[in-house]
Ligand binder design. Sequence first.
Ligand SMILES: NC(=O)c1ccc[n+]([C@@H]2O[C@H](COP(=O)([O-])OP(=O)(O)OC[C@H]3O[C@@H](n4cnc5c(N)ncnc54)[C@H](O)[C@@H]3O)[C@@H](O)[C@H]2O)c1
Length: 321
Amino acid sequence: MISTIETAAVIGAGYMGGGIAQSLAAAGIVVTLADVSAEATANALKRLLREAAEFEAQGLFPAGSTEKITANLRFAESIEEAVRDVDFIEEAVPEVPAIKHEVLRRICAAARPDAIIGTNTSTLPVKILAPAVSNPERFLTVHFSNPAPFIPGVELVAGEATDPAVIPIVKDMLRRAGRSSAQVADVPGFVLNRLQYVLLKESNSIVEAGIATARDVDVIVRSTFGFRLPFFGPFAIADMAGLDIYAACFKTFEDAFGERLATPALLKSLVDDGKFGVKSGDGFYGKFEPDMAAKLVAYRNKAYARMAQLLEELGPSPLDE
Ligand SMILES: NC(=O)c1ccc[n+]([C@@H]2O[C@H](COP(=O)([O-])OP(=O)(O)OC[C@H]3O[C@@H](n4cnc5c(N)ncnc54)[C@H](O)[C@@H]3O)[C@@H](O)[C@H]2O)c1
């Protein structure tokens, strides 16, 4: 097993693969690209270098990024050539199991046996893709978000056969690329898309029932609870608001919508144990330090005030002008 990732290949240099390749190259990792043909790869490489220069000129990439990306991003004639001698390979071809299987087989036939192989699949469990991988102990999902050059979070999914030792090596690579990562279990849709799709589904139900328009739903999401989400996830928000309050609110939902929106068992058991979040000193996050409430309020106020300033400075999105 390798101990650190210095070289990588990205297979599928489209929207996601291209952004992933830029991000890794900017972090000093030598990245070789391969797409469906040498011509497609050459075009992708040109596009990525042009984009990097534009992003740097617009102040979106740090000064010197284009030079670094140009030095570290390489072209390969084929998948086989790209993966031949690299530490890490990220597959980012279309979300079609047959295409991914075929590409993973070609990767495995040509790569070093100790190369770690990641897939950028959005929804497919590792167990669906792993049968195409030889030495599946080096295979896992490394799921970047769109747009890959700018979104920091990456979901990691280990399959049944994945060697746990692979995880810290990939996490270290992601950390060097300025990414945060979290490991989740091998289920369809993982965590990110499961939550995102539930929100979209419920939003659709609201519009279909005539409760609000799509635009008004979006206004509410981004200007109320969405405003908090860059800083706190749903569990931290609930711990700060009070779990007893949340349990009481779920009662209203349960009465109106039945089992689908009933109080979750995990929340109920905390409340039954007198764990109400920050105010009682214990909650989803476990025990809080005695001065946590004051620290959180200070951080929260600063975060939300800065967020308001940033939105003011950027102005409305073109959809809302
Ligand atoms: N677009 C998103 O918002 C998003 C977000 C997260 C994850 N993903 C996932 O990332 C993966 C890629 O999605 P995308 O949006 O970048 O798609 P895309 O269509 O932009 O890119 C796919 C690339 O793969 C190439 N390709 C197709 N067949 C190939 C083959 N046999 N060998 C080599 N290259 C081949 C295509 O030419 C294309 O450049 C998918 O699994 C997708 O679900 C997408």
